[in-house]
Design a protein around this ligand. Structure first.
Ligand code: 6U4
Ligand code: NA
Ligand code: NA
Length: 159
């Protein structure tokens, strides 16, 4: 089977206002795109701990209540290692939103998402996440990191 590497992706939410914090990625993988916060899971931590750590490192927020909401698998042409991305919503957090070396954070309306500046898969699964549905998605990308050549997306009862 194809090897996978573990990543996290976490979205701070404001209810009932209906806002989500995204970050403009300033460097590295996905540079120039707006996305949730996250990164590689370290061997010493759980996946949820990794999500909380990356959120704090990249946005200044410390999440105190998170929910799993999705599992995404990304296959990039020319990369033999799949990305296994665990997606979370953060419903409670402390601290102040801060721009970091990696991310410039900005709040968006959950029903008016800047999909043209996000990864191409996000517009597929965001409607599920936004309505509190859990999901498993697989997306195959060309090496341009823009073109999706194949996809599957399944709502699930639990992850
Ligand atoms: P370094 O610079 O090594 O510390 P790290 O912060 O650990 O990096 P990073 O930022 O490269 O990891 O992780 C990639 C991030 O991009 C993860 O949060 C997952 C996310 N991501 C990757 N492909 C994505 C895609 N197609 N759609 C999406 N998020 C994606 O919404
Ligand atoms: Na990151
Ligand atoms: Na990291």
């Amino acid at each position: 089977a194809m090897p996978h590497r573990l990543y996290t992706l976490i979205f701070p939410m404001v209810w009932p206002k209906g806002q989500v914090l995204l970050g403009m990625k300033k460097r590295g993988f996905g540079q120039g795109k707006l996305n949730g916060f996250g990164g590689k899971v370290e061997p010493s931590e759980s996946i949820e701990q990794g999500a909380i750590r990356e959120l704090e490192e990249e946005s200044g927020l410390h999440a105190t209540k998170v929910n799993k909401c999705g599992l995404l698998l990304f296959y990039f042409e020319d990369n033999p290692v799949a990305m296994e991305v665990h997606v979370f919503m953060a419903h409670e957090y402390s601290g102040e939103v801060t721009e970091t070396e990696e991310m410039r954070p900005e709040w968006f309306d959950i029903d008016n998402m800047p999909f043209s500046q996000m990864w191409a898969d996000d517009k597929c699964w965001w409607p599920l996440a936004r309505h509190g549905r859990s999901f498993v998605g697989r997306f195959w990308f060309k090496s341009d990191q823009v073109t999706i050549t194949r996809q599957t997306l399944t709502p699930v009862d639990s992850l």
